[in-house]
Design a protein around this ligand. Structure first.
Ligand code: SF4
Ligand code: SF4
Length: 204
């Protein structure tokens, strides 16, 4: 797990905390609900649910979720595989998230089981400074890191037209070919549209 992923998982669990998770319902439609992310470590992210819920059944059957979350204009999206780890980490979750002791007092926590998001990929997006939007990628476990974005080809003539229409001015025009700073690109596609050589490629 790289340092960026660790930083983003810390934000997910400790700052954002409440997320929206989608599974597929019995009619094949996406179904979302709000679920708190309780812990994270090198092995992934942990959350829990009660065994009596439809959500629990979906998790056990599908073993895959999509998650989105946002707080203070910082968002994280993740998709990937989950596994049931039973009551492992349940006490640690209750220690770190003390509000859970009010919801499930005494031994009623035995209704709950813990799930680990162990193989997932996704994105971090921060628009808290609108003139300096930041994005980053997250990779948990052995998930494939999907490359996406806009990339400039070798035939660039350095005309700088792409820079002139870029809302974030995130293209380094001191080089030829010019270079798009992927960590600030909005993926809006304006540069690719205007390029007279049509050499800005969309990947992913
Ligand atoms: S896709 Fe949009 S934000 Fe990204 S470099 Fe091109 S113009 Fe700029
Ligand atoms: S518009 Fe195309 S040719 Fe001109 S600087 Fe940008 S990438 Fe290069």
């Amino acid at each position: 797990m790289d340092q960026n992923t660790k930083d983003f998982l810390k934000i997910l669990v400790e700052d954002i905390h409440s997320t929206t998770i989608a599974t597929i319902d019995e009619d094949g439609r996406p179904l979302t609900r709000v679920i708190d992310m309780m812990l994270w470590d090198e092995q992934g992210v942990y959350f829990l649910t009660a065994k009596g819920k439809a959500f629990y059944r979906h998790l056990m059957e599908q073993k895959y979720i999509s998650l989105s979350s946002i707080k203070d204009k910082r968002s994280i999206s993740l998709r990937g595989n989950i596994e049931n780890i039973g009551s492992e980490k349940l006490d640690e979750i209750f220690e770190k998230n003390t509000y859970m002791q009010g919801i499930y007092p005494d031994d009623t926590r035995s209704a709950l089981e813990v799930f680990r998001f162990y193989k997932a990929s996704g994105e971090f997006f921060d628009i808290s400074d609108p003139k300096n939007v930041t994005r980053g990628s997250i990779v948990i476990g052995e998930a494939e890191q999907k490359i996406n974005g806009y990339y400039v080809g070798d035939a660039c003539i350095g005309c700088k037209l792409c820079y002139s229409v870029c809302p974030q001015k995130c293209i380094d025009i001191s080089k030829k070919p010019v270079v798009i700073d992927q960590s600030h690109c909005l993926h809006c596609g304006r540069c690719a549209e205007i390029c007279p050589k049509q050499i800005i490629r969309k990947v992913g």
